[in-house]
Design a protein around this ligand. Structure first.
Ligand code: AHR
Length: 479
């Protein structure tokens, strides 16, 4: 068995809670049947499923993104506000079926409030207009005597929703999607107009611009032209189990980490304070240095099956991957937020049907990290670590670590990605360990909902055996 030792060096960087964000889209049963289920006895007076709300509260997402995703390309907020009888159902041209309007922006904002999350709204750049996006901001945030602020009040919401995070388009580079901005110069031209209408309406909002994995062909021109307005650059990341059923997602995570390094090299060439902001824009430039928003991420084995493989049953190996990804989010200073895609039923930690709901395996690390990863960052250096050989020329490091310091106590997260061997580690402080492990292919279902953690102490020489394929958390004992 390998023996690994660790050294820790605290730094001042605060871990951004927004790395625990979630995402819901008008796609399949994510919203209707997942969160909003009007005829179900499990739903409350607002038609929200109480059993699902209870699980979402346990995840406690700081932000929730809505209404898409790709569906945003056909989404018009005015179809989904006011009395239900006035709302418009349209065809969901993107995902099939109907684009139902009952759960509109106000219901979304109230849902966010009920689970303690901040709303993050994506606007339609494909079939919408800059003016419509500005009106959407006014409807949600306006405090004046304007038509849209008054319309919100007339709809029963006197107080503005104060939506801070706004995404200017979704994956606009994707040529097959509805929309014409897949040419980066068109995206830049159009986004600039959307930004003007949105920021002139509410200068306090923060903007997430569309980023892609193409640094020179997309991200650089976007930041060259719009860098002064870009609080966050978005990047979507989906891993798959191919080419290796056990380690494919971890190989993808390596590629993700390499991309984050590329983003870091690019973004550090832009000044932290916006420069030469033309005052004639009449609204302020971005407030802080540009950072990365991973506003969609998960494992997705895309299938050409009509349902796009969106209803995934996640196994324990996927929970291990999620923990490993969260370690990466904690360790990468450029990442200031992440939204798992998606929250319920579609690529999700929570599954529901007409009779109840349950947590998938990936729920376990999301809940545990959310409760325990906060405070300031601590760098972890490993010695004696080793790589797992996945194929002739592909390797992944066996361990993934992250550490934080909160209230004078360290919490260390170690993920053993080696599914065939345990690893011995020396923990450099006195700690109590919480260990989650299971068969890599085990999945949760209604009868067998979860993996119970086991609690243990370090041995006398401060060493600990990390089981194969495990998530282990070491909490420093109070002095
Ligand atoms: O989450 C599913 C889809 O994945 C989203 O609609 C889209 O933005 C992404 O490609």
């Amino acid at each position: 068995m390998h023996t690994v030792s660790l050294s820790l060096s605290p730094n001042e960087r605060t871990i951004n809670p927004n790395i625990f964000g979630q995402f819901i889209e008008h796609l399949g049963t994510c919203i209707y049947g997942g969160i909003y289920d009007e005829l179900n006895p499990l739903s409350n007076e607002n038609h929200l499923r109480t059993d699902v709300l209870e699980k979402i509260r346990r995840l406690s997402p700081p932000t929730i993104r809505f209404p898409g995703g790709t569906v945003v390309n056909i989404y018009h907020f005015e179809d989904a506000i006011g009395p239900v009888s006035d709302k418009k159902t349209k065809k969901n041209l993107v995902w099939g079926g109907d684009l139902r309007p009952e759960f509109g922006p106000c219901e979304f904002a109230m849902f966010c409030k009920s689970v303690g999350a901040e709303p993050m709204i994506c606007v339609n750049m494909a079939s919408g207009t800059p003016e419509e996006a500005g009106n959407f901001v006014d409807y949600m945030n306006g405090t004046g005597n304007t038509y849209y602020s008054n319309l919100r009040r007339k709809h029963g919401f006197d107080e503005p929703f104060n939506v801070k995070y706004w995404c200017v388009g979704n994956e606009c580079y994707a040529e097959p999607d509805i929309g014409i901005q897949n040419d980066v110069q068109i995206y830049i031209r159009d986004a600039r107009e959307f930004i003007k209408f949105m920021k002139l309406t509410d200068p306090s909002i923060e903007l997430i611009l569309v980023g892609s994995d193409n640094m020179d062909g997309w991200n650089k021109p976007v930041l060259d032209q719009l860098g002064n307005f870009c609080d966050y650059l978005s990047y979507h990341f989906y891993a798959a189990h191919s080419p290796h059923p056990l380690y494919g997602t971890f190989l993808a995570e390596k590629v993700f980490q390499e991309k984050v390094r590329e983003f870091t090299s690019l973004i550090q060439t832009y000044p932290s304070e916006p420069q030469n902001h033309n005052p004639w824009y009449r609204f302020p430039a971005r407030k802080h240095p540009i950072s990365l928003m991973i506003d969609e991420w998960n494992i997705w084995d895309y299938k050409d099956d009509g349902a796009y493989g969106l209803y995934m049953n996640y196994a324990w190996k996927d929970a291990v991957w999620v923990a490993s990804m969260i370690n990466t989010f904690i360790n990468e200073p450029l990442i200031s937020g992440a939204n798992m895609a998606q929250l319920v039923n579609v690529l999700s930690p929570i599954l529901s049907d007409g009779t109840g709901s349950y947590e998938q395996m990936i729920f376990i690390p999301l809940e545990f990290y959310r409760k325990n990863a906060s405070g300031t960052h601590v760098c972890v250096e490993l010695s004696g670590a080793y790589d797992i050989q996945v194929s002739d020329d592909a390797f992944i490091p066996a361990l993934s670590c992250a550490c934080c310091l909160n209230d004078g106590r360290k919490t260390l997260f170690i993920v053993n990605r080696d599914f065939s061997s345990s690893v011995s580690v020396r923990i450099p402080f006195d700690a109590e360990a919480t260990v989650f492990s299971a068969d890599p292919e085990a999945i949760a279902n209604k009868q067998n909902a979860s993996v119970s953690p086991s609690l243990s102490s370090l041995s006398e020489d401060s060493s600990f055996i990390l089981p194969a394929g495990s998530i282990c958390i070491f909490k420093e004992m109070k002095q």
